[in-house]
Design a binder for this molecule. Structure first.
Ligand SMILES: C[S@@+](CC[C@H](N)C(=O)[O-])C[C@H]1O[C@@H](n2cnc3c(N)ncnc32)[C@H](O)[C@@H]1O
Length: 290
């Protein structure tokens, strides 16, 4: 988060400006390893702020990672509670929280409407429901001509196929960001607002992104692309999205080769000034009042 300090700042300012900082209790649904609960919720705890910050997820493994992140460094009064539960059946009484958030969660569900109705149920009157979701269909990209690569334009084809494939195979909607106001309206919320941020700008020349972070991000992507189980699943989604398996495998091989080349360049301390291709996906934060 160090090289992307605008992300927690964006959440903090958007959520605080709407709620005026008066948040009696926060629930983060589909919290995973605790991104939002930790970066936003922890700051609310203690000193007369929120009485309780809770993260809920269906995955015990993710919750364990979230608890490990809390660690011993955080004082007991500032610790987030993590509870295993299904978002469709939240184990809380009606009106239990002043703010109910979620991030990159609704896009994974077959019935985001149902989850939002449940989030609204546990939100108190005059409290807020605030989901954050990306819109993969609203991405922006640019490749300088002289780079001589088709990587980004092929990346666009792949991303579009992944959107179609996820919808077809799993009923998921990675373009859900643009639907958030309508979904909040359907969940019975009012005074709806929406703000956006480019949370994932893949612009390696960004001088805030250190060479070391780029190396570890690229190395992780390369590891994922070399993981057979992971790539087989990815290929399955892309085939469902309309691409041929042979084309995808060639694309993945090219991508791996380019990534390996970039890693070598980064490790040899050659300048990253020439790395000016741009690829970014917007995230939308919508808020509705109960
Ligand atoms: C992409 S992760 C996002 C995690 C976290 N919100 C973040 O921003 O890093 C989506 C999370 O939703 C959880 N999830 C999926 N279906 C769920 C359900 N029905 N109830 C609760 N959590 C669920 C998954 O276990 C996963 O941790």
């Amino acid at each position: 988060m160090k090289q992307r300090p605008w992300i927690p700042l964006f959440y903090r300012s958007s959520l605080m400006s709407r709620t005026g900082g008066r948040i009696s209790g926060l629930l983060d649904v589909g919290c995973g390893s605790g991104f939002l609960a930790r970066f936003f919720g922890r700051g609310l705890l203690g000193d007369g702020g929120a009485s309780r910050v809770v993260g809920v997820d269906i995955s015990g493994k993710s919750l364990q990672a979230a608890r490990d992140e809390e660690g011993e460094r955080v004082s007991v009064s500032r610790r987030v509670d993590y509870i295993q539960a299904d978002a469709y059946h939240l184990p809380f009484r009606p009106s239990a929280f002043g703010l109910v958030t979620s991030r990159t969660f609704l896009m994974h569900l077959t019935s985001p409407e149902k989850a939002l109705r449940e989030m609204a149920r546990v939100c108190r009157r005059d409290g807020f429901v605030a989901p954050v979701e990306p819109d993969w269909g609203a991405f922006s990209s640019y490749t300088p001509k002289e780079s001589g690569t088709k990587e980004v334009s092929d990346g666009e084809i792949v991303l579009r196929a992944e959107i179609r494939g996820r919808k077809k195979l799993y009923g998921q909607d990675p373009t859900i960001g643009r639907r958030l106001p309508d979904l909040l309206h359907r969940a019975g919320l009012k005074e709806i607002t929406i703000d956006g941020i480019f949370e994932v700008p893949m612009t390696p020349c960004d001088s805030r992104t250190s060479r070391r972070s780029l190396i570890s991000e690229d190395a992780l992507t390369l590891k994922h692309l070399s993981d057979r189980k992971r790539t087989d699943e990815y290929v399955k989604v892309l085939v469902a999205g309309g691409l041929s398996e042979a084309w995808i495998r060639r694309y993945l091989d090219r991508r791996k080769a380019r990534l390996a080349g970039r890693l070598r360049q980064l490790k040899s301390h050659r300048s990253k000034e020439g790395m000016t291709s741009f690829f970014a996906i917007p995230f939308f934060l919508a808020m509705g009042k109960k």
